[in-house]
Design a protein around this ligand. Structure first.
Ligand SMILES: [Zn+2]
Length: 400
């Protein structure tokens, strides 16, 4: 399993200067490579591939200033851009081939074996030529938001993003042996309740989505305010302040998703669950649990993220992760199995017209996911009685 962690790095003035040079060299190499490919293309009608270019550029000035794998990654990157253009061209004959990067653009720097992470420090190994020119053979970069990851760092991308230096590190996470437990927990994902769990023993928890909705609502209102102001003053929609608010909103919702997914998996561990099964939210129906106001909808990315986070944390704990289709899971009565569009739902309550059962609508959906999974896998198991689901709420307002 792979995991990408985004670190912010603090750089000294000296390191900033050196990283800027490297980013500049990378842009130079990219453009040199592109220039050569275009030249040969014009002469022969054929575009050389990355293998040829790698060989040809080996002694290039910019290539040698970069760590060798970083240089190769630049050439590979241009190749990828050509490949997507080849595809695009089939549908759109006017599609343009990859262009040149602006001179002042700092290209991302990719490291494979020429980097290491120890504690909160990333070490980048420089090329021989760089060493000779700058008198520096290694860069030790301090990570600002470091956290311990139980995995092997495989790849590191150093980027300059809106005024900050970032390191995106890809870790290989070792497989954890799967637990040998027959208990299964179903998770229904929604908006009013971000997650509702029910397991085969009858344990159930409701993870309120109220905080996420409040965050969403607050920022949407603030963004609208600032937007109408900038519209009046400058006659444009976007501004730096608005971008920042979008970012803060996303960050806070991400934090809630992180907390909820962690709690869900903690619950599974506590109740000795061996398998977590989620409804596939790929096609979450419009209006499902949405409340009245359209602007209260959480974006699809939030659900997708919650699902991946649960999957990732489950796997780290040796818990199997499965998905079943969500079809009919909120329409069906989990007690008698009747499927009716007209089953009343009010205040989050599911009321069955056939058997009169009344239960929390999301608990009902989670029970249906659980039953569906048992049925699809041909597992014969009874499900414990769900009497009183617990409720979990994010206690603290998340830091902005
Ligand atoms: Zn019923």
């Amino acid at each position: 399993m792979k995991l990408t962690v985004k670190y912010r790095i603090e750089v000294t003035d000296e390191q900033e200067k050196l990283l800027r040079k490297l980013g500049y060299y990378a842009t130079k190499l990219y453009n040199t490579d592109n220039w050569q490919r275009r030249e040969i293309w014009a002469q022969t009608g054929k575009i050389p591939d990355w293998y040829e270019q790698k060989k040809k550029l080996k002694d290039n000035h910019w290539y040698k200033l970069l760590p060798s794998q970083t240089a190769q990654a630049i050439i590979k990157n241009l190749q990828d851009n050509y490949n997507s253009w080849f595809h695009l061209r089939k549908e759109d004959p006017n599609a343009k081939p990859p262009g040149f990067r602006k001179k002042n653009k700092l290209s991302p720097l990719t490291f494979y074996q020429q980097f290491s992470i120890e504690g909160d420090t990333i070490t980048l190994v420089m090329s021989r030529k760089f060493r000779a020119e700058e008198g520096v053979d290694k860069l030790h970069l301090k990570i600002n938001n470091w956290r311990e990851i139980e995995g092997i760092p495989k790849m590191c991308n150093i980027l300059y993003e809106s005024g900050k230096w970032m390191a995106h590190v890809v870790y290989e996470i070792p497989e954890v042996p799967l637990k040998d437990s027959p208990e299964i927990m179903a998770v229904d994902i929604g908006i009013i309740n971000l997650a509702v769990t029910v397991d085969t023993k009858g344990n159930s928890t409701i993870y309120s989505g109220r905080l996420a909705l409040a965050v969403q609502h607050y920022f949407n209102k603030e963004i609208a305010k600032v937007q109408s102001k900038t519209m009046k003053q400058y006659n444009k929609r976007g501004s730096k302040a608005i971008t920042n608010m979008h970012k803060r909103k996303r960050r806070q919702i991400n934090q809630i998703i992180h907390m909820v997914s962690k709690e869900v998996v903690e619950e599974a561990k506590r109740n000795n669950v061996g398998t977590i099964v989620c409804g596939d939210v790929k096609n979450i129906r419009r209006g499902k649990n949405c409340g009245r106001r359209g602007n209260q909808k959480l974006h699809a990315w939030a659900f997708a993220k919650l699902l991946t986070q649960i999957e990732y944390k489950a796997k780290l704990s040796g818990i199997r992760f499965e998905k079943v289709s969500e079809r009919d899971t909120s329409k069906t009565c989990s007690v008698c199995g009747a499927v009716r569009r007209a089953n009343r739902k009010y205040r989050g309550l599911y009321v069955c017209k056939s058997c009169g059962a009344e239960l929390n609508a999301d608990v009902n959906a989670a029970l249906n996911i659980l039953k569906k999974y048992l049925q699809e896998r041909n597992i014969s198991r009874s499900i414990g009685v769900v009497d009183a689901p617990l409720t979990w709420r994010a206690k603290d307002v998340v830091p902005s």
